[in-house]
Design a protein around this ligand. Structure first.
Ligand SMILES: [Fe+2]
Ligand SMILES: [Fe+2]
Length: 398
């Protein structure tokens, strides 16, 4: 590029050879190792019967692992709980990745206005195409599983847009949803026309991906440790391929939010405020932890109807009072599963704090993760108890 004719700013990405090298390497490596064709082929060839009798994740990544339900389950029921974890977990990932595709594109629109940002935009284009393959694979497998085991949807859902709740089982209501819709719309407009906000989106994406990376690394090890790779269940192979792609996505989030940011002019007060609001939103989304599913920040009460349905299905064949009693033991009392989930969330908090520690514009509440830290094991149980009593009353009335 002719520097004399280029846009004039105080700083330019072209002056930062180290960051350019990092970006270029991450892009080229991701492109040459792209797992899209393999993920597409695995999803297209998936037959539930072939994988029906095996676990798809390490044992601790099973639905309601470490609770009385897990302790009392037969081997065959444990396999189903393990597969249900896969389906539930990746349903959440679908929702997150639909939003990621959308914001990759609005941010690329904002960043492409800067003369030397083509490489950043090409990286985002590649990542969006990969996410579409990921979403397709998770959706196909989840739906085939639920169709075969339950004959109806449990955790899966029809295709949805980026304005839906990102955290699919959350503590929300219509007023909160409306306010969130306004915030998202404002952020979309700002990110597509403002390079700082576009860049800052990658701080949010980095934080959100960080927990995914911690969990998905463990999920991917089921396949990488498997000695007979050819006979490994397809979903575990997909977890492995997905983790490989996502490692590059996490790297690009980090490079854009930490290194590329230095090439932009300093944010205004308003821009800093918007950026911190978006991070507060991530903290609110990650406020809860779930006894049912370790590693996701789902709101347990939003899962009661689903868990009840699973307990009453032929998989567990419980009658009404057995199902209620089991739900009380699992959600309203302390268990190893609850403490494991709380521990995973604490690891996430510590990682987020480290990730944000060297970014100047991040405010104290985000650096300290003070919104997330308000939730505790005691508060979690109290909330679950109160909501479960209400759920039982609703069951009585139905
Ligand atoms: Fe993905
Ligand atoms: Fe990704």
């Amino acid at each position: 590029m002719n520097r004399a004719l280029a846009q004039h700013g105080e700083t330019s990405l072209l002056d930062d050879a180290k960051t350019l090298r990092k970006l270029d390497l991450n892009y080229r490596r991701n492109k040459s190792q792209d797992n899209t064709p393999q993920i597409d082929a695995l999803a297209a060839g998936f037959c539930f019967e072939d994988a029906a009798d095996s676990c798809w994740n390490p044992e601790m990544f099973s639905l309601l692992y470490g609770t009385p339900l897990w302790d009392e389950a037969s081997e065959a029921q444990r396999v189903r709980l393990n597969q249900l974890y896969w389906v539930a977990y990746y349903s959440q990932i679908i929702s997150a990745e639909i939003a990621t595709i959308f914001f990759n594109q609005t941010s690329a629109a904002g960043l492409y206005a800067i003369e030397d940002f083509r490489l950043v935009c090409d990286t985002l284009d590649l990542e969006s195409a990969q996410e579409r393959a990921h979403v397709n694979a998770f959706k196909m497998i989840g739906e085939k599983f639920e169709e075969a085991v339950f004959g109806e949807r449990i955790f899966t859902y029809p295709m949805r847009g980026p304005y839906s709740q990102t955290m699919i089982h959350t503590d929300s209501n219509r007023v909160k949803d409306f306010w969130r819709w306004i915030e998202l719309n404002a952020f979309t407009l700002l990110s597509s026309g403002n390079a700082f906000i576009a860049c800052q989106y990658f701080t949010v994406r980095g934080v959100r991906t960080l927990n995914g990376k911690l969990i998905q690394h463990q999920l991917s090890r089921f396949y990488s440790k498997c000695e007979e790779k050819d006979s490994a269940p397809v979903p575990s192979h997909i977890s492995y391929c997905h983790f490989l792609d996502e490692s590059f996505h996490f790297n690009s989030s980090t490079i854009i939010s930490h290194d590329v940011l230095r090439s932009l002019r300093k944010p205004t007060r308003f821009e800093r405020w918007v950026a911190n609001r978006a991070l507060h939103g991530s903290q609110r989304d990650h406020y809860h932890f779930s006894t049912a599913i370790n590693g996701l920040f789902w709101y347990d009460p939003a899962l009661y109807a689903k868990v009840y349905k699973i307990l009453r299905s032929p998989v567990f064949a419980m009658d009404k009072s057995e199902a209620r009693e089991m739900m009380w033991k699992c959600f309203a009392e302390e268990s190893d599963g609850l403490h494991e989930s709380a521990r995973s969330r604490q690891i996430a908090i510590d990682s987020y704090r480290e990730y944000l520690s060297d970014i100047d514009y991040v405010d104290g509440a985000n650096k300290e993760m003070s919104i997330m830290r308000r939730n505790t094991v005691e508060r979690h149980i109290k909330t679950n108890r109160r909501a479960l009593k209400k759920f039982f009353l609703l069951l009585d009335a139905s």
